[in-house]
Unconditional design. Structure first.
Length: 468
């Protein structure tokens, strides 16, 4: 079957000369072969148009929908962010109430701001043993839906950045009893459903809108993602209209070709992609169970592609382990947290890469010292701030009534700014929230460990509402 990439490659070998964008004119002789100039085109004859797809791109999106179990799938070239924004905006109206997992990505909060939504928060559980935020409970969803009658949509993230998976099937049932849609940010779970070693994807579990970042866990270029839609609780046309507004009007054919190639591989080469990967990954996970001081941890419901290495019982911090792996062993981790590092794996990993990681961890494990008294500081737990007003109202108030205070002196004030660590990009403070002592303690703890707090206009200070 012809893919967008194969058509682009064939076109690059012809004598067609382009009097159109882009400006490099596919001239690899002049501009070099290090970048894919030869297949970088615009919307020209024979290559379809993402915003009005009726040819090869339409067929590719339909192929993706069949593969994942959606009624309709859209290619995303502005990352999952564009899909999340479109999903939330397309499922709500100005001023609606929305039920949101508090550990959602900042793009969810940006959608809340844009539609002036009133958020009701779902707080994930927390494992003191592993120092990980865990899943969203079904009982919490039901309780919130019973208490708040104006909720028009529900948004959760599963798997989380750390790999924690929630019970999507039961949550979807509870949400649908209210006749409203469930949106799942499954950006880190694009590989779900293609091998029994990993969970099934959220579409198969009953979610109405699911967003996948192909580039996070599958062989696809950065910025490539998918927006899937299904069911009677959503207006697919409305969501799509927002996507047309939010995505570039000049979508990259290279990125779209990457998506199409990824879909082709999942359909035609699934066993070759996943069998050796899962075999090597499972061996690595089993071997890492023998670490004495460092610990490989996971929650009960988990995506085993993520490797969370805890330092909680050692004399190291997560950041120190991260630096050791990087500087001594040239192993770049995805993220360092207060008490662990996160390594992301995929079908692109090699047996040799896993072996290097394993050897490094065992060497560091042998050199580590056990901590006599393990402190229960719960630094990773999301702090609970009370919501005073919507982020949209906070922005209006902040236009004239902003004071900047040192973060450590902001307790009790209403924030006009976000504060978060990136990655993972889940806000610890959202505009419109009253800043709690617990929150200040968490931020101070991260700063002490050398982390940078992002989202603040002035480093070390936070904008608060004068009259709040």
């Amino acid at each position: 079957m012809e893919t967008l990439y194969s058509r682009l490659k064939a076109y690059s070998d012809t004598d067609y000369y382009g009097f159109h964008m882009p400006g490099h004119k596919r001239n690899q002789i002049r501009f070099g072969e290090g970048l894919p100039y030869g297949i970088d085109i615009t919307e020209i004859e024979g290559f379809d148009d993402l915003h009005h797809a009726d040819g090869i791109i339409k067929e590719a999106q339909q192929e993706a929908a069949r593969l994942y179990g959606a009624e309709e799938t859209k290619f995303l070239v502005n990352g999952s962010t564009a899909g999340i924004l479109s999903a939330v905006l397309g499922c709500t109206k100005k001023g609606d109430q929305i039920l949101v997992a508090r550990n959602c990505h900042k793009s969810v909060y940006h959608a809340i701001f844009l539609n002036e939504l009133e958020p009701v928060y779902l707080w994930p559980g927390f494992s003191r043993q592993f120092q990980l935020n865990t899943e969203i409970s079904v009982s919490a969803v039901k309780a919130a839906l019973t208490k708040h009658s104006r909720i028009k949509a529900v948004v959760i993230v599963s798997p989380t950045y750390d790999g924690v998976v929630s019970d999507i099937e039961s949550i979807a049932e509870a949400v649908h009893e209210r006749g409203i849609p469930l949106i799942v940010d499954e950006a880190h779970g694009a590989h779900f459903g293609f091998h029994p070693y990993f969970p099934e994807n959220a579409l198969k579990k009953g979610a109405d809108v699911v967003i996948h970042s192909l580039h996070k866990t599958l062989p696809s270029l950065t910025q490539t993602a998918l927006l899937h839609m299904r069911g009677e609780y959503i207006d697919k046309r409305r969501i799509s209209s927002y996507l047309d507004m939010l995505q570039s009007s000049s979508p990259s054919y290279i990125l779209m070709a990457s998506i199409h190639e990824c879909i082709r591989m999942l359909r035609e080469e699934k066993e070759q992609l996943f069998e050796p990967y899962v075999r090597n990954l499972d061996t690595l996970r089993k071997n890492l169970q023998n670490l004495k001081h460092l610990k490989l941890v996971q929650t009960e419901h988990y995506d085993r592609s993520k490797l969370v290495i805890s330092v909680r019982h050692t004399d190291m911090s997560g950041r120190e382990l991260y630096r050791e792996l990087l500087e001594k062993y040239h192993l770049q981790m995805e993220m360092a947290a207060g008490s662990y590092v996160l390594a992301m794996t995929s079908s692109g990993d090699t047996k040799e890469g896993f072996a290097r990681f394993e050897q490094a961890l065992f060497e560091l494990d042998a050199a580590a010292k056990l901590r006599e008294n393990v402190q229960e500081d719960d630094i990773a737990k999301l702090p609970e701030n009370s919501v005073i007003c919507t982020s949209a109202k906070a922005a209006l108030c902040g236009a004239k009534e902003t004071t900047y205070l040192p973060v450590e002196k902001s307790e009790g004030m209403i924030s006009l700014e976000y504060a978060y660590l990136y990655p993972p990009g889940c806000p610890m403070i959202v505009p419109g929230e009253r800043i709690s002592r617990e929150c200040i303690k968490r931020l101070a703890g991260y700063q002490k460990l050398g982390f940078k707090i992002e989202g603040l206009e002035k480093e070390g200070s936070i904008g608060v509402w004068n009259n709040g």
